[in-house]
Design a protein around this ligand. Structure first.
Ligand code: JQH
Ligand code: K
Ligand code: MN
Length: 500
C-alpha cells in the first residue's frame, strides 16, 4: 500500500522530519533513565533537530525507540514552525497564524466519522497476560524529581462516555506503577475526568486505550480543547476531508488509529488509586511536596507496529525553547479562545499565548476600527471578554489576558510587552476575576499566598482610552512606522553599501 502523508502516519512524519533535515538519528546507546530526557530538554532549549533514539538501553522485542521533541520548534531559524506544520499537512514555511487558522478550519463543517478497518500496522505484534511487563520496558525518567517513569506523555487517551455517543481523545500523563499497571492524572474540568465521573456513577471501571505514535494531526486535535461532547476523531475527519482509519482494540470496544506505533489498552479503575507524580510540569516547576493520588490504569494488552516501534515523548519544562505543553496546549487553547470570542461577535483578529509567559498569558488582538462601532469602554469590554473566557474550559489555563490593538502582532512578544508596558496603567487598566476557576498547577496558585483553585485572573487593557473611539493619536517610533515609504525603500536599497 502507498505510504500515507506525514500528518496521517507517525512513521511517515518521522521520515519527513528526516528529509527536512530536522531530525537527528542517534544510533549510540542512550539510557532512558534521565539521559534521553536531558538530551530532549536541551534540544527544545537550543531549538535543535528532534532527537530519534534508535538504540535505547533496555529496548527489546521491538519496544521501543524514542522520539523526543516531536512538537518542539524546528532547527530552521527561518521557519521555526515547520515541525508543527508537518503535523497538519501545511507547507514548512507556514506561520503560527496559518497553523491556528488550519486547526479552526473545520469549525462549522460537518463532522466526518472515522471508518473501522480490520487490521493495521499497530496490530503487527500483540502482548497479553504474562507477556506484559511494563517494568521491563525502557519507559523514560523525564526529570530527576519525577515520581515515576512517564511512558505516556504524547499518546492519545481514548475513552468513551458510558451512555452518550461521545468518544473523547485527549493527552493525559501516566507513569508506570508496576508490571501491569499505570497511574495517571485525571483532573477536572478535562473531558477525560468528566467521562470518568460518569463511569464512577455507573459503578463500572472505564475502558481505555492509549495510542502512542498516533497520526500527528490526531495528536494535535487531542491536545485541543474542543467543546464538550465533540468526538475528536470526527473533527480530525472534517479537518482532513476524509475519515480516519481505526481498528478495534483487542480487549474492549474502543477503536484506535490503525497506524499507531504502540497501543496500550485496558480499564481505568473507579476504585483503585495510587500516588502519582511529582512530574516536571508545563510551567517549569516540579514541586517536591506534590501529593497527587490518581486512578490506576489496569493494562490488559499491548499491541505495536513492527520495525522497532517508536515512543514519542514530551519533556515539559521552561519554555526557553517551548515544548509540546506550550506549542500544542498553548497554541490550541489560543485557537479555541479566538473561536469563542469571534462566535460571540467580538472584534477579535487573533489570540496567542506567548511562550515567554509560559503560556499562562494570552494576547487578544482587537480590530480597532470594528471596536469603535461597539461604542464601548475599557471596563465593559474587558469584563465582557474576561467573563467569556475565564468561565469556559478553553480559558482554564490562562491567568492573564492582554487586550491589544491591531498594530500589535500577538505572535511577537516584543510587540505585546511594549503595549502592555506602555499603555496599561497599573491600578486602573487591569480588571480582576476572583470568582472563576483557576488553573491549579500554576505555581502562584498551588504554592501561592491565596486561594488555590479559584481566582488569580486578570484582563489587562493595553489600549489607550481614545483607541476605543478614534484613530491612534501617535506615530509609532520604529523603522516600520516612523518613516515614509520612499525613505524606507532608499535606506533598504543602500543598506549593504553603507556596510551596516
Ligand atoms: C500536549 C499535552 C497536553 C497535555 C499534557 C501533556 C502534553 C504534552 C503532558 C506532557 C503529558 C503534560 C500534561 C499536562 C496536562 C494538563 C493538565 C491539566 C490542564 C492542562 C494540562 C496534561 C495531563 O496530564 N492531563 C490532562 O488532563 N491534560 C493534559 N494536557 C492537556 C490536554 O491534552 C488538553 O487540555 C486537551 O484539550 C484535553 O482534551 P479535552 O479534555 O479538551 O478533550 N498533560
Ligand atoms: K481534546
Ligand atoms: Mn474533548
Amino acid at each position: 500500500y502507498s505510504t500515507p502523508p506525514p500528518h496521517l502516519d507517525f512513521r511517515a512524519f518521522v521520515s519527513a522530519l528526516r528529509s527536512d533535515n530536522d531530525l537527528a538519528d542517534i544510533d549510540a546507546e542512550v539510557d532512558p533513565r534521565l539521559e534521553v530526557a536531558a538530551i530532549t530538554r536541551r534540544a527544545y532549549e537550543l531549538q535543535s533537530k528532534a532527537p530519534l533514539f534508535n538504540n535505547v538501553k533496555g529496548a527489546h522485542d521491538g519496544l521501543f525507540r524514542i522520539l523526543g521533541a516531536s512538537g518542539g520548534l524546528s532547527s530552521d531559524p527561518q521557519y521555526p514552525y515547520r515541525r508543527l506544520a508537518r503535523h497538519v499537512g501545511l507547507p514548512p514555511t507556514s506561520s503560527l497564524g496559518d497553523f491556528i487558522d488550519t486547526m479552526l478550519s473545520a469549525k462549522g463543517k460537518e463532522p466526518i466519522p472515522p471508518v473501522h478497518v480490520g487490521t493495521g500496522p499497530c496490530k503487527e505484534h500483540k502482548l497479553f497476560g504474562d507477556n506484559i511487563d511494563l517494568t521491563k520496558l525502557p519507559a523514560p525518567l523525564l526529570n530527576k524529581a519525577d515520581g515515576g517513569n512517564y511512558i505516556q506523555t504524547m499518546g492519545i487517551n481514548i475513552v468513551q462516555h458510558p451512555t452518550k455517543p461521545w468518544v473523547n481523545w485527549s493527552i493525559a500523563r501516566a507513569m508506570v506503577l508496576d508490571k501491569t499497571r499505570l497511574v495517571g492524572l485525571i483532573m477536572k474540568p478535562q473531558h477525560i475526568a468528566r467521562i470518568y465521573e460518569q463511569w464512577e456513577e455507573s459503578g463500572k471501571d472505564m475502558p481505555f486505550a492509549i495510542a502512542l505514535g498516533a497520526p500527528p494531526i490526531a495528536v494535535m486535535v487531542s491536545s485541543m480543547p474542543l467543546p464538550e461532547g465533540v468526538t475528536e476523531s470526527e473533527y480530525v475527519g472534517a479537518l482532513c476531508g476524509e475519515p480516519l482509519e481505526l481498528v478495534k482494540c483487542e480487549t474492549n470496544d474502543l477503536y484506535v488509529p490503525a497506524r499507531s506505533e504502540i497501543v496500550i489498552e485496558g480499564t481505568l479503575s473507579i476504585t483503585e488509586r495510587a500516588k502519582e507524580g511529582p512530574f516536571g510540569e508545563m510551567h517549569g516547576y516540579s514541586f517536591l511536596d506534590e501529593e497527587s493520588v490518581q486512578p490506576i490504569y489496569n493494562v490488559k494488552a499491548i499491541t505495536y507496529r513492527g520495525g522497532n516501534a517508536i515512543l514519542p515523548i514530551s519533556v515539559p519544562g521552561r519554555a526557553t525553547g517551548p515544548d509540546e505543553t506550550h506549542t500544542l496546549i498553548g497554541t490550541l487553547a489560543s485557537a479555541e479562545i479566538r473561536q469563542l470570542l469571534q462566535e460571540n461577535g467580538l472584534p477579535v483578529l487573533n489570540v496567542f499565548t506567548p511562550y515567554e509567559t509560559q503560556v499562562i498569558w494570552a494576547a487578544v488582538q482587537i480590530d480597532r476600527k470594528k471596536l469603535w462601532t461597539l461604542k464601548t469602554n475599557a471596563e465593559d469590554f474587558c469584563r465582557r471578554i474576561g467573563d467569556l473566557i475565564f468561565r469556559r474550559k478553553c480559558g482554564m489555563q490562562i491567568h492573564r489576558l492582554l487586550i491589544v490593538g491591531d498594530d500589535i502582532d500577538p505572535f511577537n512578544f516584543k510587540d505585546v510587552i511594549w503595549s502592555y508596558a506602555s499603555r496599561c496603567r497599573p491600578g486602573m487598566d487591569e480588571y480582576h476575576f476572583e470568582d472563576v476557576a483557576a488553573y491549579g498547577l500554576v505555581p502562584y496558585m498551588s504554592h501561592g499566598p491565596g486561594t488555590k483553585v479559584t481566582g488569580g485572573k486578570v484582563v489587562a487593557n493595553c489600549l489607550l482610552p481614545h483607541e476605543y473611539n478614534q484613530e491612534q493619536l501617535w506615530v509609532t517610533c520604529d523603522f516600520e512606522n516612523g518613516y515614509p515609504e520612499e525613505i524606507k525603500e532608499k535606506v533598504l536599497r543602500r543598506w549593504t553599501e553603507f556596510g551596516l
